[in-house]
Ligand binder design. Structure first.
Ligand code: SAH
Length: 224
């Protein structure tokens, strides 16, 4: 793994930002963060060359680093501002956490696979990224640091995980792909200041499953 940029990688990353802009990503803070975080540093060395293609790529444990468009899409929906407290479920490679950190957000992130957790922890630390990581079942949230201004789930959930809704601050947003294992609809649930939940539906995506108490049970996945 290398975090060092070369003129070629910088040019490819700038081109990726343009691609995302063309695909409809508007938030300057999101585009700026994608332009600054070295995605190649989150991939195995054989894949570094493909880091700035707008595609999902494999990481360990049969998981994926999301497509840059998906990262930008979810981050834009989250509407996080500098200093906000944001909880991410599904640290994976750590790339999404690094994007949020680059936006000045206070990042908390949970991963269920020990190996991915350990790799992301070391990687983010070596990059000077101060995201606070934890190994565990993120479908239950992280009550210790709640409430959150925003919660982002980067894995497919069968429905809105209740513990996450409960950990939203007034005005807080939960962005989560909800559906079956084949396809999910991006959902944003906003806890209004009067405590009512406002639900909005966006585009379809395909994520790896959220496996946990408030997600899919391991037994649900046996046929997949
Ligand atoms: N955000 C990641 C993409 C991760 S893919 C990135 O930027 O690279 C989804 C991740 O969610 C996988 O690493 C998977 O292991 C993790 N995951 C699935 N269910 C989980 C759960 N209940 N709690 C925490 N992590 C979970």
């Amino acid at each position: 793994m290398t975090t060092s940029d070369t003129p070629r990688l910088l040019a490819l990353r700038a081109a990726l930002v343009e691609t995302l802009r063309r695909k409809g990503i508007r938030d300057p803070a999101v585009l700026d963060a994608i332009g600054r975080v070295p995605r190649h540093a989150f991939l195995e060395s054989g894949l570094e060359d493909r880091a700035y293609e707008d595609i999902a790529l494999p990481i360990d444990e049969d998981q994926t680093i999301s497509q840059p468009y998906t990262v930008a899409y979810q981050t834009e929906l989250l509407g996080a501002k500098p200093k906000d407290r944001v909880l991410e479920i599904g640290t994976g490679s750590g790339y999404q956490a690094a994007i949020l950190h680059a936006m000045g957000v206070q990042v908390f992130s949970i991963e269920r696979h020990p190996r991915l957790y350990e790799q992301a922890r070391r990687r983010l630390e070596s990059m000077g990224c101060g995201a606070i990581l934890r190994l565990g079942d993120g479908s239950l949230g992280w009550p210790q640091w709640a409430p959150y201004d925003a919660i982002l789930v980067t894995a497919a959930s069968p429905d809105l995980p209740k513990p996450l809704i409960e950990q939203l601050a007034p005005g807080g947003r939960l962005v989560v792909p909800v559906g079956d294992l084949e396809s999910q609809r991006m959902v944003r649930a906003t806890r209004r200041p009067d405590n009512e939940l406002e639900i909005e539906y966006f585009d379809h995506f395909r994520f790896v499953p959220l496996v946990g108490r408030s997600g899919w049970q391991a037994a649900d996945l046996e046929d997949h």
